[in-house]
Ligand binder design. Structure first.
Ligand SMILES: Nc1ncnc2c1ncn2[C@@H]1O[C@H](COP(=O)(O)OP(=O)(O)OP(=O)(O)O)[C@@H](O)[C@H]1O
Ligand SMILES: [Mg+2]
Length: 548
């Protein structure tokens, strides 16, 4: 190509689309608002449910922010990043996934005038970060401590967090289940607290039966049956042996060839294999177990030997289930049968039973001495209801975990947001220069939570929010606790209505919302549709379409 001064160097592929500068920012703001609008109605105790059809044709019926956004398919990159937010929130603290999106959407929306006024985004971002710092401080200032030994108090908090959910119709069901489950898996190891509900509290859903049958087992269950119909299905005080090796003759790691010259050689080989299995089984039988559970397979021959000793065998149990069984029975999972010791045998589980529910067999290991794992058995009329209860259980357990790890509470019902908003306004007045306005805008954005709550319970939004603002402005000791009672839509003291939220959730909500809004505002270039056909240039190398 001739190096002429007129020739145009095209760096970007021509198929790609590009938005730059404030155009990109405004588009991102629109996308963020659109995502927030999708789930606006699902905030609070009078929230609406959403019914979503997934690509496979299944339906999801929920008002959990994260669950809704997870199902919908969006194209705009900024919207995608918003959806990631709610996932982060869900993984970090489990609750507040709706609030975070609404707040982030509003923070983007209030930035729109500044972008149009050509205030540099970095100034807006700077102001937002300053506001975040003050917001966290003022939320912490009104937090109160909670005694985690007090089961009633914890139940109350979970109740107010789950009160916004579909399952709140069945009263305390989910709350009780969550409290029990979390209490079971709670380990205080000399000050090091561990609450691993993900690993050790498993939710098992079995359609059919009544909701009243939902329980937290004092032990675990899993969807398996004994390998041989003649084996015992009910054992009291069983000795439990857990393995993660196959009870079969060992095959070579890599492909092995054996050349045989004589006819007897084949018989010898088979015999050796049998002896191997027999040896394996005799190692096990030495310890007189009643139940042997393995993650791998059990050959027919091994079953035969164990059967003769009146041992019940369960095979191909999942690793995660095996870990839970180990916790409830006190057994250690063993890999080499020849190295079993008496201490590896679990005796802490007092009932082994296989029950038939519906047309499937389930193994129950119950009546355990201080089980540090549990299964939560959910029964209900339909799969959709069970799925929603499961999601609610996750929220409830997350809330319980948050309080146990960080026992501080802030008032709900928009009270905290209103308080933070008021404090930010006050501080904003002392800030000079260009950041003052965006700082005040954060204060304004915080009001979106009480406003949305008011909207969702169908009362006159402007009047209630103005009223609430006035109450908070009174500067009395109690004023920070006034919020919107979500069921009646009246302004009440949240201390009296007992609507509380963990500080950890609020803190994470503010952080995630503001940080992601900042991230989106700092984007000044959106390049999409990069073709994969040929490496048409280096889009990251700054200015894509250079004219020479
Ligand atoms: N009884 C109540 N009265 C008023 N506000 C309430 C009440 N219960 C909860 N809230 C408020 O509702 C909001 C929580 O609503 P919701 O649980 O629907 O959404 P989320 O927690 O943000 O997201 P998700 O639970 O879907 O992950 C919080 O701001 C909380 O303070
Ligand atoms: Mg919630």
């Amino acid at each position: 190509m001739q190096q002429g001064s007129q020739s145009q160097v095209i760096v970007l592929n021509q198929n790609s689309q590009r938005e730059q500068g404030s155009k990109a920012q405004l588009a991102n703001i629109r996308a963020a608002k659109a995502v927030a609008d999708i789930i606006r109605t699902t905030l609070g105790p009078k929230s609406m449910l959403k019914m979503l059809l997934d690509p496979m044709g299944g339906i999801v019926l929920t008002n959990d922010g994260n669950a809704i956004l997870r199902e919908i398919d969006v194209k705009h990159p900024a919207a995608k990043s918003m959806i990631e937010l709610s996932r982060t929130q869900d993984e970090e603290v489990g609750d507040g996934t709706t609030s975070v999106i609404i707040l982030a959407g509003e923070l983007m929306a209030v930035a729109e005038p500044f972008i149009s006024q050509k205030i540099h985004p970095i100034q807006i971002v700077g102001a937002y970060y300053r506001a975040l710092e003050h917001a966290l401080k003022s939320a912490e200032a009104i937090a109160k401590d909670v005694n985690i030994e007090d089961k009633e108090a914890i139940a109350e908090i979970i109740h107010s967090c789950i009160g916004t959910k579909f399952s709140s119709r069945w009263g305390d069901l989910v709350v009780d289940l969550a409290v029990n489950a979390v209490k079971t898996v709670y380990i205080n190891n000399g000050g090091k607290i561990e609450v691993d509900t993900k690993r050790y509290a498993k939710i098992e859903k079995i359609p059919g039966g009544d909701l009243e049958d939902c329980t937290v087992l004092n032990g675990v269950m899993f969807n398996k049956d004994v390998t041989h119909p003649k084996m015992r299905r009910y054992i009291e005080n069983p000795r439990v042996l857990l393995l993660d090796c196959p009870l079969e003759y060992k095959k070579g790691e890599s492909q092995t060839n054996v050349e045989m010259m004589k006819e007897e050689d084949f018989t010898t080989m088979l015999k050796l294999e049998e002896e191997e299995v027999e040896r394996l089984c005799s190692n096990i039988m030495k310890f007189n177990p009643d139940v042997v559970i393995t993650e791998k397979g059990v050959s027919d021959l091994a079953q035969h030997y164990l059967m003769k000793q009146n041992i019940s065998v369960i095979r191909r149990i999942r690793k995660t289930d095996n870990n839970r069984v180990a916790r409830v029975s006190g057994a250690t999972i063993v890999n080499r049968p020849e190295e079993i010791q008496e201490s590896d045998v679990g005796t802490k589980c007092h009932k082994f039973e296989i029950k038939k529910i519906g047309d499937e067999y389930f193994t129950f290991m119950e009546d355990c001495e201080e089980p540090k794992a549990c299964s939560i058995l959910l029964r209900g009329a339909s799969k959709d209801v069970l799925n929603e209860i499961e999601r609610n259980m996750h929220d409830a357990m997350a809330v319980a975990r948050n309080i146990i790890i960080d026992p501080k509470l802030v008032p709900g019902g928009g009270a905290t947001e209103m308080h933070v908003s008021k404090e930010l306004r006050k501080i904003g007045q002392t800030i000079e220069g260009i950041q003052s306005q965006p700082f005040q805008a954060v204060a304004e954005a915080m009001e979106v939570i009480p406003r949305t709550l008011a909207q969702n319970c169908g009362c006159s939004v402007v009047r209630i929010v103005t009223d609430l603002r006035a109450r908070h402005a009174q500067e009395s000791e109690e004023s920070a606790y006034f919020g919107i009672e979500g069921n009646s839509g009246e302004i009440k003291n949240m201390k009296e209505c007992k609507v509380w939220e963990p500080l950890a959730v609020k803190r994470q909500t503010f952080k995630t919302a503001i940080e992601s809004a900042c991230m989106l505002l700092r984007i000044d270039d959106v390049v999409s549709g990069l073709s994969t056909k040929k490496g048409g240039g280096k889009p990251s190398s700054g200015v894509p379409q250079l004219e020479e």
